[in-house]
Design a protein around this ligand. Structure first.
Ligand SMILES: [Zn+2]
Length: 376
């Protein structure tokens, strides 16, 4: 089967489905809207023979998974986990000002690239496998996160549980510019630095301990953490009460990114060993959230090579690249399963008003996804 041609002839149907999914705007923090969108998507996956599992949630949209493997449900101990998300960064009503439209080879709209097109790709691939009676080698589970943009503990737990029983993970996040896959992602630590000093009158600061002074000293020490390609962004800062009061409290929130799980241990050791520099000051370091890095392992390199061969069979040259951002693939990779990320279409403008995807890549990538799902 010439899948690039197959999907080229079905591009209209794919755009139609993407338009319907985009019309159901689904900002992460609007549970009702997200649920409406995922109910629609679930109905579409049910129509093509998937078993739908709904995991109800209180504070985020319900989490949904689809199972696909006609006739192989019993002996399939090998499983592919496919990761997607339904939430977007765009509020309800955005569509009126940022419409869904196609011009030339570009398709614009809120959330089309990140990552509603990914849902359409999986749906199209599974629908094709069903109608062409292509039996996959492995059982296929699709997990649709409802709160990927903000991250949520409940969703991460489900991803870890599903990843543990899978032999590989495919993630439909958009490609790197030019269509590269994301083979390595940085891990992330969000760390809160809390300083406690002692208040005094601003006219006699020697009677107090200034927490802001201490915080500045602590922030200067961050160069110890910034080693190699480890980056630290001081994203939030606060403290003090009034200009004429010695600040009793000060705080900062840091976003630290690193390539290796070992880096994480080094960073935490460094931070935990920090002592206050001013007499009488106290320093508290706490980790607010952590995402493991998606490291290049032997298994993930092998998986990438297989994908590259499969892509070459349809004339696609596949490259891999690194990115500083995390995704659900990082959560899955954290349990040790190899992952391919960035399998979604090529395009530009994620989280920006010019968000768009390139239609030729939507067709090519769906062809590639079909071959990966059926051949890996
Ligand atoms: Zn995304």
């Amino acid at each position: 089967m010439n899948f690039p041609l197959y999907y080229k002839s079905r591009q209209g149907e794919m755009i139609h489905l993407l338009k319907q999914i985009t019309a159901l705007e689904s900002p992460t923090n609007d549970k009702k809207a997200v649920d409406a969108c995922s109910s629609f998507v679930a109905r579409e996956f049910k129509k093509i023979g998937c078993k739908v599992t709904n995991i109800p949630q209180k504070d985020i949209g319900d989490l949904v998974s689809f199972e696909y493997a006609p006739g192989r449900l019993k002996d399939a101990d090998d499983e592919i986990l496919v990761l997607a998300h339904i939430d977007t960064v765009w509020p309800v009503g955005k569509l009126a000002r940022m419409p869904f439209y196609v011009t030339g080879s570009k398709l614009f709209g809120p959330g089309v690239l990140d990552m509603k097109a990914g849902l359409v790709m999986i749906h199209s691939a599974l629908a094709a496998m069903r109608s062409l009676d292509i039996k996959p080698q492995k059982r296929i589970t699709v997990f649709v996160n409802s709160a990927e943009e903000t991250g949520h503990q409940a969703a991460h737990e489900v991803i870890r549980r599903l990843a543990k029983r899978a032999s590989l993970v495919l993630c439909l996040e958009p490609a790197l510019p030019g269509g590269k896959l994301k083979t390595e992602r940085k891990g992330r630590l969000v760390v809160r630095l809390e300083i406690r000093g002692r208040a005094a009158h601003g006219g006699s600061p020697e009677k107090g301990v200034n927490a802001i002074d201490e915080l500045i000293i602590q922030l200067m020490r961050l160069k110890k953490v910034r080693a190699g390609e480890t980056t630290v962004n001081v994203g939030l800062i606060g403290g003090g009460e009034k200009p004429n009061i010695v600040a009793e409290r000060a705080w900062a929130v840091l976003d630290i990114r690193f390539w290796k799980a070992l880096d994480r241990e080094r960073i935490l050791r460094t931070l935990k060993a920090w002592e206050p520099s001013l007499r009488g000051a106290r320093v508290k370091v706490s980790v607010e959230s952590t995402t493991p890095p998606m490291e290049r392992t032997k298994a993930s390199a092998q998986l990438f090579e297989r994908a590259r061969e499969i892509a070459a069979s349809i004339g696609l040259a596949l490259d891999g690249g690194k990115t500083g951002g995390g995704s659900d693939a990082s959560i899955a990779a954290g349990v040790g399963v190899p992952a391919l990320d960035g399998l979604g279409p090529d395009g530009d403008g994620i989280h920006a008003e010019n968000e768009h995807l390139l239609l030729p890549s939507l067709v090519e990538r769906t062809a590639l996804l079909t071959l990966l799902l059926s051949g890996l």
